[in-house]
Ligand binder design. Structure first.
Ligand code: UD1
Ligand code: CA
Length: 452
């Protein structure tokens, strides 16, 4: 997919207002992520319903109309299959460090833009506000001859992070990687999260000046000391909320990030009018939407492209996956997948809606029911122990206990059609294909093999 890479000069910048210098964004994602101990590349692990890389891409898309460049390594195929045309790709064949990774983007980007923003792909919690603060500070810094602006944060547990070394006057002098720190530098609590804004011309010229570290890597972080050595001021915006700066290296970090994100997502919905009895036990993907005055009880999992209307009561212990729920619905201890509920539908307890279930306004579906690939018309009552598959059911039909659509004859799925106001007696077997006319009744225990 590297043919996806267009020459820099042919890329349109028409959506960038004339007064804003064009911005290119590079996301470094070529690491081996061995500490995840996974067959799946780290940045494709899921976090609140989106792959990690999606968080970086969405940030990039919000900040610049120019498609981000993602540096990929051995994970290239899986990553490109997931991300597709949202990014341009460059390959880092050998893992020679973050400076070397960025160097791979030079042929594609040199001369293209005035500013280059670089960050690592394993930081899903960083907010757009912090990025915007970085860009704003960079433009101020540039006015005074600055070529490099970065983010920093402070933490008492600095393990693994590069330390920010400042002069007595408080100016940034260097980033020192932990392995290279003096005992005194190890005590520094201002840290490098790994987000940098560069003057593009300076960046592409200066990358060659990075020398090999004793560990055999080219450190991108060396550019700070290189700029300072040239008398160029390096400015830093300090992010006060350290939780934004978390980098995911292990599955423990992944779970911690999930908890932080869950808190953020739940807070957003509570502020928008959703009630949660126990936010810590309410699991909402970043992709889901919920109307106001909806009540979520503990053990609710809302996933994928689900949309919940206003004034609903969902849970406890309910999973909703890629399902649309209208207004004023009640869903108790149920599993809903790829389904749709109109308004004032009542489901559960212990109900299962499978792919293609459509419940019109006012449907009541009680305990131990399963509906698949079927439309239940307005006001249908389906109280207890029934299976409805591949059926079209009219308005106000009563489906008594234990009704089964026998939709599978061993090789094909067949349709059941039930007209408006029909009454299907308890324990009726509807052997499809079969049609029950409007207003018809079937007796308890009947096996219906021909149209009624
Ligand atoms: C890096 C920083 C460190 C910072 C920390 C924040 C350097 C030298 N150090 O260290 O100052 O505090 O991040 O998390 O930059 N990558 C490549 N190709 C490579 C190496 C890395 O694409 O050859 C990518 C990785 O996929 C990852 C990112 O760069 O997304 C950072 O690499 P990582 O090895 O995690 O750097 P750290 O040791 O954490
Ligand atoms: Ca890292």
């Amino acid at each position: 997919m590297s043919d996806d890479l267009q020459p820099a000069s042919s890329r349109p910048f028409v959506t960038t207002p004339a007064h804003v210098p064009a911005l290119d964004i590079v996301i470094l994602a070529a690491g081996e992520s061995t500490r995840m101990r996974s067959q799946t590349p780290k940045v494709l692990h899921m976090l609140a319903g989106r792959p990690l890389i999606d968080y970086s891409l969405r940030l990039a898309e919000a900040l610049s109309p120019s498609r981000p460049v993602v540096v990929v390594g051995r994970n290239a195929d899986a990553l490109m299959a997931q991300v597709g045309a949202r990014a341009r790709y460059v390959h880092q064949e050998q893992r020679l460090g973050t400076g070397h990774a960025l160097l791979q983007a030079r042929p594609a980007l040199q001369g293209a833009s005035q500013t280059v923003l670089v960050f690592y792909a394993d930081m899903p919690l960083i907010t757009q506000e912090s990025m915007q603060a970085l860009l704003a500070l960079h433009h101020q810094n540039q006015a005074g001859g600055g070529v490099l602006t970065m983010l920093t944060f402070t933490s008492d547990s600095p393990r693994g992070f590069g330390r920010i070394v400042r002069s007595a006057a408080g100016d940034v002098l260097a980033i020192v990687e932990e392995a290279a720190c003096t005992p005194e530098q190890l005590g520094i609590t201002e840290l490098n999260p790994g987000l940098y804004c560069y003057d593009a011309d300076w960046l592409w010229r200066s990358l060659d000046e990075i020398t090999l570290s004793p560990k055999g890597e080219y450190y991108l972080t060396d550019l700070v000391a290189i700029a300072v050595g040239q008398g160029r001021p390096v400015w830093a915006h300090h992010v006060d909320d350290a939780s934004e700066m978390m980098g995911i290296n292990t599955r423990v970090h992944l779970a911690e990030a999930e908890a932080t994100l869950r808190e953020r997502i739940n807070r957003r919905w509570m502020e928008a009018g959703v009630t949660m009895i126990d936010p810590a036990a309410t699991y909402i993907d970043d992709t889901v939407e919920i109307g106001p005055d909806t009540l979520l009880l503990p053990g609710v999992h809302l996933h994928g492209q689900s949309r919940i209307g206003a004034g609903c009561r969902i849970g406890p212990d309910t999973s909703v996956v890629d399902t649309i729920i209208g207004r004023g619905c009640r869903v108790q201890r149920a599993v809903l997948e790829n389904s749709e509920l109109e308004d004032h539908v009542d489901v559960g307890p212990f109900a299962h809606l499978r792919s293609g279930a459509y419940l019109a306004t006012g449907v009541h579906m009680g305990n131990f029911g399963e509906v698949k690939n079927s439309r239940l018309g307005p006001g249908v009552k389906m109280g207890h122990f029934s299976y409805v598959g591949d059926a079209a059911i009219g308005q106000d039909v009563n489906i008594s206990a234990g009704v089964i659509t026998c939709n599978f004859d061993g090789s094909r799925k067949n349709q059941t059609i039930i007209g408006d106001h029909a009454f299907i007696g308890s324990d009726t077997m509807l052997v499809a294909p079969v049609t029950v006319g409007a207003g018809a009744r079937t007796g308890a225990g009947s096996v219906v093999t021909r149209d009624v």
